[in-house]
Design a binder for this molecule. Structure first.
Ligand code: ADP
Ligand code: MG
Length: 617
């Protein structure tokens, strides 16, 4: 009966907390359509919550929503979008009921919170049972309460029957199928649109009517009032057809090459770039940035002084450092603004990025520009830095790597730009022609500052960089105590790796805590697998014919840059997907349901920032 669990808790009221252990592995029906399984039980009321799985029969037609009766044959992004919707629907039912409840909620129920982006997560799963029926699994943590160290049975009943059950009933069993269908369609259309960029010769698209500004510095929700919707300059306008909704959309398409975003301060430049940064992800339909998409390999580049760097060839940007410090396999535990930005560029290229996004607000000035006056004072031979302005065309012409840059303070990039946008009171204007005219008329005064474009590239796409697991983990292994190495995600910004802390606060395309958890598992796997396992992961990476998108679709491999290091990261990515984002490796213990997919760029970024990282050529 549906009261079995209730009766169980009543019978144990006030008893010894350790008795709850007997719940482990058992399943209870809480209602006709909601079942609860206890996966792990906390040892005492003060420990992290017990792990549960809530199961409900699939509340919608697979054929209608996934366009296929078989989960595994459906487009992965439709399944991911449906699972994402169910999670949101659960949260919104829970919060609705919490607001209208006349008693205060315990806060004992923990379910991963999704960001504005639709990503694959381990929290909600559509699963086909052995008997052929399809179920929704939702993984959560519940803190089972106590009176001191005694069982609080009535408290537990309230949490499970009055907080969890109604949220599952309304949010999952009773979800709005039409809204779900719209959500899934919208995500599939976004994914399709992104895949159309490359064939169309574009790297970014911003739909007319998009709401780019966010509500507040600490909120990723759309600005509530006073937002100026985006409109494309007519010269850059392009129309795409969305196959799943059948709609046509028009907006600004940015071609391959170099795009500059210029304009006065506070006119919306950084806001546009920030929207492009997260354009690698699909968004929820009400986000305002739906159909703002970029090349899926886009990486935000910024200066990040104090980070560590190991074995990165930054010589295209920095050479002849004082005291003959090598820059073809540069290593430092404390990078400067310019060396950190150079390393960030080279690492992004190595991992296969074909679109770099830069904002002058967070760039190192000396890596970005050098003007004629400074060049007269400090001759080329004395300056170790070759600024990005002299490399940006090489990347476009020889490696199909495009850049979109916010530059308000200098016109030095004008000669190399394919498009120059000017943001004026949040409106984008195409000022490419004016910029070209300015370049043409002032060329005499600029003579000697721009170096001619060479026919050979300074960049070598076959990067000779291998991960050295033994050396990287040597110190960690020494310190390894009885409890083993602990790797764990800490919020959205850092990973604990034994005694080390990896700072991810400047890896700006990490958008969810769950991604940090997933990355932590990847790094822990490299540690736990040992040399033979690492070799196997590397070989897996090398053998992959395609790569994965954030919603599990296969993506063609286009980048020319690669290395052993990048193949290892791709191997980690593949392993993480095979394990449905739960690698469950010994050094990184995580309850079920708390991981979100991370791109290979963010997994690589984390390993690149581990201070004990060692590589060899
Ligand atoms: P910039 O980088 O050009 O200095 P920002 O992008 O930082 O400017 O934007 C400045 C402010 O204007 C921010 O508070 C931002 O939220 C707001 N803003 C940006 N775009 C819009 C828009 N389209 N509508 C309304 N407000 C906007
Ligand atoms: Mg700005």
């Amino acid at each position: 009966s549906y009261m079995a669990l209730k009766n169980y808790f009543i019978s144990l009221e006030g008893g010894n907390y350790a008795a709850l252990k007997s719940l482990k592995g058992s399943t209870f029906a809480l209602s006709e359509s909601v079942k609860l399984t206890f996966l792990a039980i906390q040892p005492d009321p003060f420990a992290p919550g017990s792990q549960v799985c809530v199961a409900c029969p699939c509340p919608f037609s697979l054929q209608k929503v996934l366009l296929n009766d078989d989960i595994n044959s459906a487009a992965p992004c439709r399944r991911v979008a449906a699972e994402d919707f169910i999670l949101r629907s659960f949260h919104s039912a829970y919060h609705h009921q919490q607001r209208s409840s006349n008693y205060s909620y315990s806060g004992a129920l923990q379910v991963l919170r999704p960001s504005q982006h639709v990503l694959e997560r381990s929290t909600v799963r559509l699963v086909r049972a052995n008997n052929g029926s399809v179920e929704v699994f939702l993984y959560a943590r519940v803190k089972l309460p106590g009176h001191g160290r005694r069982i609080d049975g009535h408290g537990a009943i309230r949490i499970l029957y009055d907080e969890l059950l109604p949220a599952a009933t309304r949010g999952v069993v009773g979800l709005d199928e039409e809204q779900l269908f719209q959500h899934v369609t919208c995500v599939h259309d976004q994914e399709h649109l992104r895949s159309q960029l490359h064939p169309a010769g574009c790297v970014a698209f911003v739909v007319n009517g998009a709401i780019l500004p966010r509500d507040a510095g600490d909120s990723d929700c759309p600005l509530q009032s006073g937002a100026v919707p985006f409109t494309s300059p007519t010269s850059l306008q392009r129309t795409f057809t969305l196959p799943y909704s059948g709609k046509q959309i028009t907006g600004m398409a940015l071609p391959r090459g170099l795009t500059l975003i210029a304009g006065g301060g506070f006119h919306g430049k950084s806001t546009l770039l920030r929207a492009l940064e997260v354009g690698v992800y699909n968004h929820t339909p009400d986000d305002g940035r739906v159909f703002v998409v970029v090349d899926p390999t886009a990486v935000k580049i910024r200066a990040e002084d104090r980070r560590s760097v190991h074995g990165v060839d930054i010589s295209p940007f920095i050479n002849n450092l004082p005291f003959k410090k090598q820059t073809t396999a540069f290593a430092t535990s404390d990078a400067s603004g310019s060396t950190s930005q150079a390393a960030n560029i080279m690492e992004a290229l190595e991992l296969g990025s074909q679109l770099l996004l830069l904002d002058e607000d967070t760039c190192a000035t000396n890596l970005m520009y050098r003007d004629a006056l400074m060049q007269m004072l400090v001759p080329r031979e004395q300056e170790p830095i070759t600024p990005f302005v002299e490399r940006v065309t090489d990347l476009v012409q020889h490696h199909e790597v495009s850049s979109i840059m916010v530059v308000g303070g200098s016109g030095q990039y004008f000669p190399y730009a394919n498009v120059v946008l000017v943001m004026n009171a949040y409106q984008a204007q195409d000022c490419t022609e004016s910029a070209k005219k300015i370049v043409a008329t002032s060329m005499t005064s600029m003579q000697g500052t721009s170096s001619p474009i060479s026919t050979v590239s300074i960049f070598n796409p076959h990067v000779n960089r291998c991960f050295d697991g033994n050396e990287t983990f040597a110190t960690v292994r020494c310190r390894k105590g009885r409890e083993g190495t602990k790797v764990s995600g800490v919020g959205k910004d850092s990973i604990r790796f034994s005694e080390e802390s990896i700072d991810l606060s400047m890896v700006e395309q990490i958008v969810e805590e769950g991604q940090v958890n997933a990355i932590a598992q990847c790094l822990a796997m490299l540690f736990d697998e040992g040399p033979a396992g690492v070799e196997a992961i590397l070989n897996k990476g090398k053998s992959l014919p395609t790569m994965f998108s954030c919603v599990g679709e296969k993506e063609p491999r286009r980048a020319t840059f690669h290395s052993d290091f990048s193949m290892l990261i791709e191997g980690c990515d593949a392993r993480q997907r095979e394990a449905r984002l739960e690698l469950q490796t010994p050094s990184c213990y995580l309850p079920h349901g708390f991981t979100t997919v991370a791109r290979r760029f963010e997994i690589g970024a984390a390993l690149n920032r581990l201070r004990t990282l060692r590589t060899y050529a």
